[in-house]
Design a protein around this ligand. Structure first.
Ligand SMILES: Cc1cc2nc3c(=O)[nH]c(=O)nc-3n(C[C@H](O)[C@H](O)[C@H](O)COP(=O)(O)O)c2cc1C
Length: 202
């Protein structure tokens, strides 16, 4: 086994103080997102989405942030996936942006709802054609016999949709996550990290 107990580093890239806080958390999030993009890290819009099933068992996976506004974050997925099933039973969700390279994380907690079909169509149309066909190919979270089966299905669908627009699968779409807490974390030396949490007044 690898001895991971000694893996640590000094977080000295920056700090976050009360004066840096914006009235709305989304403005600070946007500033950090921009810095993450400008830093050149891979998938700066990658976020860990955690859901909880009916037995109370949490599960996490990475998805990409595709839109946001003052009060919500949007991602797209397969509505037949495990995460979508879990959200239909329990819409509470947690989202984490793990920006290790910047010694930062931002954690959101909130409630997810399906995006309107109009908004889903708008995003689907903006995707590259192969990604549109890809959405048809995979019944996410279900087991397949072999990768080759997925690839041959993709080729088959490519043939089928070769003329005209690729229709939108009804089992695919977005989730809008309305957040009620947002926590910003900035690593500091000697484990004296900066943490600020915004909580929505209900
Ligand atoms: C960098 C990265 C980005 C991903 N982006 C998405 C995404 O935007 N939407 C999505 O449904 N799955 C995305 N995935 C795949 C998911 O992590 C996951 O495997 C899939 O959605 C099935 O999850 P589930 O079975 O827990 O529902 C991404 C994976 C990685 C590593």
């Amino acid at each position: 086994m690898i001895d991971v107990s000694g893996l640590r580093r000094v977080y000295a890239e920056g700090g976050l103080s009360r004066e840096d806080l914006t009235p709305e958390p989304i403005d600070l999030f946007e500033k950090w997102l921009k810095q993450a993009i400008d830093s050149g890290i891979h998938d700066p819009n990658g976020m860990v989405v955690s859901t909880v099933n009916a037995e109370g068992q949490p599960s996490s996976r990475m998805v990409l942030l595709k839109n946001y506004d003052r009060e919500s974050l949007v991602f797209f997925t397969n509505y037949g996936s495990r995460k979508a099933h879990e959200l239909s039973e329990n819409p509470k969700i947690s989202i984490l942006f793990p920006w290790y390279m910047l010694e930062r994380q931002v954690a959101f907690q909130g409630v997810a709802e399906k995006l309107s079909v109009v908004e889903t169509i708008k995003y689907f149309r903006s995707r590259p054609r192969d990604s549109q066909i890809g959405a048809w190919t995979s019944h996410q979270s279900s087991k397949i016999s072999a990768r080759a089966a997925l690839e041959s299905k993709f080729m088959e669908l490519k043939q089928k949709f070769q003329n005209g627009e690729v229709p939108i699968p009804e089992f695919w779409g977005g989730f809008r996550v309305k957040f009620n807490t947002v926590e910003f974390w900035q690593g500091r030396p000697s484990r004296l990290h900066d943490r600020f949490m915004y909580t929505k007044n209900s």
